[in-house]
Design a binder for this molecule. Structure first.
Ligand code: HPA
Length: 271
């Protein structure tokens, strides 16, 4: 990743009409419907953006969409890159740097995650208050990072307090249940063993998933305020663990999606 490459990617998008978006949004697995809310959308497929990570076969639908929601200019990532697909930390966070260079002032992130805290139920949403990086690396551990910002990025409050408070109020006003907790990121793609679920609980995780944390680290590096929400798609009870059903995970994410869309739409309105 060089500054020149980033510039070329951004210029391509500006020429397509991606004109000063205010808010960037990353949509997680099974959570792509927010794009239907975008007025006057302009689409850029990941494969067509210069220097964007090359798409894998299963990933051919990935795209950036620019337009307006609630009269605010947004840029939405429909489909994200994961370490488990074989990308590295720089690849999976490249789009965050692009959205920042396009001019976003806030970043919203969503994901599908498993519930480690068994007071939470599948179909619940969880506001991420803090995280555990268990992916064995960092998107800031590369030569020349200091040219892009502070190497020793502060992570004392990685998720913006003001936006978190707003989301809590929006959830209350709309009768949407919103849990709060700590998200642990793992590489995947295999799911966890019973012993791993026990460990995750002991070390303080409320939810586990395979994304988000690298994006949050880079956004902090860039000084971008973030709000992130997990949709809890399965209950990870080590004493009663059934084989994972990916179809069910995607189904639950889809069923919860309208609530997620409502939360994000209202937050966009209030910013
Ligand atoms: N682990 C367990 N359950 C999950 C995950 C995960 O990474 N993502 C969605 N449900």
């Amino acid at each position: 990743m060089t500054k020149k490459q980033l510039e070329e990617s951004v210029n391509y998008l500006i020429n397509k009409g991606f004109d000063n978006p205010e808010i960037g949004i990353v949509l997680g697995t099974g959570l792509g419907k927010l794009v239907d809310e975008i007025k006057d959308p302009i689409e850029a497929h990941y494969n067509h953006i210069p220097f964007f990570p090359l798409a894998t076969v299963e990933f051919h639908t990935g795209k950036l969409v620019f337009g307006t929601i609630e009269d605010k200019k947004v840029v939405v990532m429909q489909g994200r890159f994961h370490l488990y697909e074989g990308y590295d930390f720089l690849d999976i966070t490249y789009p965050i740097r692009i959205m920042h260079l396009l001019g976003i002032k806030q970043l919203f992130i969503s994901n599908a995650a498993g519930a480690i805290n068994l007071e939470f139920k599948k179909g619940d949403m969880m506001l991420i208050e803090d995280h555990l990086n268990l992916q064995g690396g960092s998107p800031l551990a590369f030569k020349g990072v200091a040219e892009f910002g502070e190497r020793f990025t502060d992570m004392s409050e990685p998720y913006d307090l003001e936006m978190r408070q707003k989301l809590i109020e929006i959830a209350k006003e709309n009768d949407i249940s919103l849990q709060k907790g700590v998200y642990a990121s793992v590489v995947g793609p295999q799911l966890e063993t019973k012993a791993e679920y026990r460990m995750l609980k002991i070390i303080g995780a409320d939810a586990v998933g395979m994304s988000t944390v690298p994006e949050v680290i880079v956004a902090n590096h860039l000084g971008l305020p973030i709000v992130a929400v997990s949709v809890l798609t399965d209950e990870c009870d080590p004493d009663n663990l059934k084989p994972v059903d990916i179809a069910e995970i995607i189904e639950i994410a889809g069923a919860t999606e309208p609530k997620m869309v409502k939360l994000f739409r209202e937050l966009i309105k209030q910013l």
